[in-house]
Design a binder for this molecule. Structure first.
Ligand SMILES: *Cc1c(COP(=O)(O)O)cnc(C)c1O
Length: 326
């Protein structure tokens, strides 16, 4: 039998705190960076949580490691399977290797070459699919059932959400309470986990998720109070080409989040340039979502303390060069 290791209830702050214990020593405690230029430009005091410097290049390692480490011994022995456009795949592949668990990854044919190569290098078996015609969730479930593997989805899983929340836990431990926390939004694992941490540790803070303009399902879902599904959005933010929020992520977002904002691909490129030029950071387009909203002036942050997640740095050098040179 394939088993998604779900708990009956949604994850709570306690699960985030337990995840922090579980990933300690395996995940990097990434630095919190500041920029006088960004502060001067926005009038706020900005704190950037640099998950582009996380293991496997993105925050996804937190949720992946937490979810695999939480599996019972027999499930670990059989192995795990994941479907992902890249960062979750690399995270699962690396976490599985560290925990001695076999991993199978279902990846789109057009996933960035660097992400595919990195996943293979971590020792995972790769199965490809066409993201415009095939349903990766159905394919993942079919292989999981056939091989008795535990399916670890990229965002809609209590242990994944709790793991992602550890980044906000660390950030708040370091900065103290913030006025605003801004995260990147795809399927909502990052936003839901961080919102749980924020609600517990700084209940007065506003929490925002930021997604690509071309794929504003999260914004519509938040504002309409139900999960809205859209076709695969065309955007350079390949880590946020999700078509809907999850059954686990949506209720947490609906309860604890202030609003969902959107930014254009052009704003993402501008933010990539800012990070490269001013902060000497390589950030992938999806990793720029949260910062693009603040640097682009969507939120008035004057005299406020603002936490911003830089969620990942996995971008082919050729794409990076093309985008920043523009
Ligand atoms: C997956 C991913 C996101 C979106 O995270 P969700 O938990 O799906 O909302 C944002 N940025 C990067 C770099 C990612 O890999």
């Amino acid at each position: 039998m394939s088993d998604v290791a779900t708990t009956a209830r949604g994850p709570s702050y306690g699960d985030v705190a337990r995840a922090a214990e579980r990933i300690r020593g395996a995940a990097h405690r990434t630095p919190v960076l500041t920029s006088r230029t960004a502060d001067a430009r926005t009038g706020g005091q900005l704190f950037f949580k640099a998950e582009n410097l996380q293991r496997a290049g993105a925050f996804k390692f937190r949720g992946a490691y937490n979810a695999i480490a939480a599996l019972p011994e027999d499930a670990r022995r059989r192995g795990v399977i994941a479907y992902s456009s890249g960062n979750h795949a690399q995270a699962i592949a690396l976490a599985a290797r560290l925990l001695g668990v076999p991993a199978t990854i279902v990846m789109p044919l057009d996933a960035p070459a660097m992400k595919v190569a990195a996943t293979r290098d971590y020792g995972a078996e790769i199965v490809t699919y066409d993201r415009y015609t095939q349903d990766r969730e159905a394919l993942g479930r079919a292989i999981a059932a056939e091989r008795s593997l535990s399916l670890i989805p990229p965002y809609d899983h209590p242990d994944v959400i709790a793991g992602q929340g550890t980044l906000a836990l660390e950030l708040i431990e370091e900065t103290g309470p913030l006025d605003i926390l801004v995260t990147c939004l795809g399927g909502g694992g990052q936003l839901a986990g961080c919102a749980l941490a924020a609600a517990e540790l700084m209940p007065r803070a506003r929490v925002y998720g930021v997604e690509p303009e071309a794929g504003n399902d999260g914004q519509r879902s938040f504002r309409e109070g139900r999960i809205v599904r859209i076709p695969v959005p065309q955007t350079i933010a390949d880590g946020a080409q999700t078509t809907h929020l999850g059954d686990h992520t949506f209720p947490i977002i609906a309860r604890h989040v202030t609003d969902v904002l959107t930014v254009s691909d052009a704003q993402l490129v501008e933010t990539m340039r800012f990070f490269a030029e001013r902060m000497k950071l390589v950030v992938e387009p999806t990793g720029c979502l949260a910062a693009a909203s603040v640097l682009g002036g969507l939120l008035d942050v004057r005299d406020l303390r603002v936490g911003i997640v830089i969620s990942g740095g996995n971008v082919d050098l050729a794409s990076f060069a093309r985008l920043v040179a523009g």
